[in-house]
Design a binder for this molecule. Structure first.
Ligand SMILES: [Zn+2]
Length: 363
């Protein structure tokens, strides 16, 4: 659709009205494949999963789409392996498992992979299938064998349990899939909460023409290392000497919360409110991308292809609809203590950047 944008609406209409067209062709193959995985294709690129997860496969960022498809896939796989003994979770998060495995020596990697895929079998099961194994007793201590025995009661691993007391206490509180397979439960409730409660992006609306403003923007994200828990806010202040006025202070629009998106959203929400702006932005990547758009706008080129097109596309619409000299952007230093600086202008920049950073963190 990027290469042939004229086909977009026809394709989305055919996918969104799947009941009415022929049961053949790429549109049907698309909807049918996702239907088998629990996804319903609605109108205009929206897809809804049976769990409540939702995504917009045309407008939202590729990392976010991949994250949600991965979560839905984990739920599908979990559903298919519920019959396995000791598997009692509805969705697993494979990222910590992969990270943990990669850090280990090669031999141990193989053993951990066997554990995670359910190929690690103790003697209580092996004795039913392997002629050489005569009893279901633990070969290490002679007690009845099981995965639970190996982790919590086997005398052979007693030293390890003493050494890792806190870990064992934590394991005792976890679903049995954690100590049976070494996989962790993924919590989709927080993602569902963000889908339900994140502000939506309104359509592009031009503000009234007004005098030129100097604006500091910032985005801040708590727990950014885990996509389920990441929670972002954005803020913008119009500054006049040492005084400031809050233009934007909100939770990140859209459920796709990342530090970078919060920075971009702060710029976009400012453009929804103000006509002529000199931006002071601490995030280098946001400055670089906005500069690319400003150059493309000035040269009369088409919009550069950027990740997070839902946000940058709206910013591009704003740039097109006002004279090019209306918007400038400058990179400012992030998280600098004003007292550590000698130059009065740098002191002022650091102070204002810290103010907008605090506001973004208050969501
Ligand atoms: Zn034992």
């Amino acid at each position: 659709m990027k290469i042939f944008p004229g086909t977009r609406w026809g394709l989305l209409r055919r996918i969104g009205t799947q009941e009415t067209y022929n049961k053949a062709g790429p549109s049907f193959a698309f909807t049918d494949s996702f239907r088998h995985m629990g996804w319903r294709c609605a109108v205009d690129g929206v897809m809804v999963h049976t769990s409540g997860l939702q995504l917009h496969w045309v407008g939202q960022s590729m990392p976010y789409i991949k994250r949600l498809l991965t979560m839905a896939w984990s739920m599908h796989v979990s559903d298919k392996v519920q019959y396995r003994e000791g598997y009692d979770i509805g969705c697993f998060d494979f990222h910590p498992v992969l990270r943990g495995i990669r850090k280990q020596p090669v031999g141990r990697q193989t053993r951990l992979q066997s554990l995670a895929t359910g190929k690690h079998v103790t003697h209580d099961k092996l004795c039913n299938f392997v002629a050489e194994i005569k009893s279901g007793l633990c070969p290490l201590c002679g007690m009845p064998d099981s995965k639970m025995h190996r982790v919590f009661t086997c005398s052979d691993s007693a030293g390890l349990r003493i050494k890792r007391k806190a870990l064992i206490r934590w394991l005792q509180r976890q679903p049995s899939a954690v100590w049976n397979y070494g996989v962790f439960e993924a919590n989709i409730q927080l993602m569902l909460w963000k889908i339900e409660n994140s502000p939506s992006l309104s359509s592009v609306h031009l503000p009234l023409r007004s005098s030129r403003l100097t604006v500091f923007t910032d985005g801040s994200c708590f727990f950014p290392e885990f996509h389920q828990t990441a929670l972002a806010g954005c803020a913008a202040i119009a500054v006049d000497d040492w005084k400031y006025n809050i233009l934007v202070q909100t939770m990140m629009p859209t459920p796709d919360h990342t530090p970078f998106r919060a920075e971009v959203a702060a710029i976009l929400l400012t453009l929804q409110e103000t006509w002529s702006v000199d931006f002071d932005v601490a995030c280098q990547a946001a400055v670089d991308n906005l500069s690319k758009l400003l150059i493309a706008r000035a040269e009369g080129w088409s919009c550069p292809v950027l990740e997070h097109a839902d946000l940058w596309g709206m910013i591009w619409c704003h740039l097109l609809r006002r004279p090019q000299e209306c918007i400038t952007v400058t990179k400012v230093k992030a998280h600098v203590h004003p007292e550590s600086l000698d130059d009065s202008n740098q002191k002022w920049c650091a102070f204002m950047n810290n103010v907008v950073d605090d506001l973004a963190q208050q969501l």
